[in-house]
Design a protein around this ligand. Structure first.
Ligand SMILES: [Mn+2]
Length: 281
């Protein structure tokens, strides 16, 4: 049996004090249930314009995605890269989500923005670079809004779980863990997708575990095979970047799928999920 120090992780540990397994966490985001069947979050890396996010929303909705993503506050490697549209970007994302009937998720990078983002977004995303920003974790915990917590690119699974504990400790049990690749010696892919983190986290905690193949791999050609691998590894959901015109994207162009490409990936994900279900029966 895989083990963690449950005394230091009393809330997110899969086991109670008597060593009994707790039920898996399930919660609703609008009409979408997290922790039941595979949930797919899709949309562009960044909200770039009203038209771009609206087009992307229609495309991912048509392909069968459940939740719309789009970055408004963008933490970028270089301070000279596109930093996002901020509050205006979030309003465009909200409009697009409402137009197609999808809940929305966006990243919050600053404690000063938590109240504003929580007012408009359905899920707050904590990015890999902010995984251990403890004041931000406490703040999103207090917001009571569902939180998607990405694993830091240099973080161990246990460090990641401690960060989830910070959020749940504030009384917010609606936490999704999201594996998004870790830094290794390999440079061919953007990061190395640690798929073993999926069954490990599912064993150690009761929280839903998602996988973001787009940021882990950085190459659109690898999204489909690794999405299927993530489904087979037992993930509860996927987060995939989709852009109407990836070649013109202001951020993460190489890893974003077109609406058509995403449709093909969604079909394969559904078939793979059905295959997994029939195997379990
Ligand atoms: Mn991105």
């Amino acid at each position: 049996m895989l083990e963690i120090d449950a005394k230091r992780l009393p809330l997110v540990s899969a086991y109670d004090n008597d060593g009994k397994r707790k039920p898996f966490t399930r919660f609703d985001v609008g009409t979408v249930t997290i922790g039941n069947d595979i949930v797919v979050i899709a949309g562009p890396c960044s909200v770039e314009s009203e038209e771009q996010i609206m087009t992307a929303a229609k495309q991912v909705k048509a392909a069968g995605a459940n939740i719309l993503r789009g970055g408004a506050f963008k933490p970028r490697t270089s301070p000279y890269d596109f930093q996002g549209l901020g509050e205006v970007g979030l309003s465009y994302l909200k409009q697009a989500g409402m137009a197609v009937g999808m809940p929305i998720i966006t990243e919050v990078v600053d404690t000063r923005d938590v109240a504003f983002v929580a007012e408009h977004a359905d899920i707050l995303q904590i990015g890999a670079r902010n995984m251990q920003n403890f004041t931000l974790l406490t703040e999103v915990g207090k917001s009571g809004k569902p939180v998607l917590l990405k694993r830091g690119m240099g973080a161990t699974i246990e460090e990641w779980l401690h960060c989830a504990e910070y959020i749940v400790k504030e009384g917010n049990h609606k936490v999704i863990l999201c594996e998004r690749g870790i830094r290794t010696f390999e440079t061919y892919t953007r990061n190395t997708l640690d798929l073993s983190a999926v069954p490990v986290a599912k064993e150690l905690t009761h929280l839903p575990v998602f996988v973001d193949p787009s940021h882990a791999l950085g190459r659109k050609e690898l999204i489909k095979p690794m999405s299927l691998a993530a489904v087979c590894a037992g993930c509860d959901g996927l987060m995939i970047e989709v852009h109407p015109e990836p070649e013109k994207a202001l951020s993460d162009g190489a890893q974003q799928l077109t609406g058509g490409e995403f449709g093909t990936v969604m079909k394969a994900i559904k078939e793979c999920r059905n295959l997994m279900t029939s195997m379990e029966e």
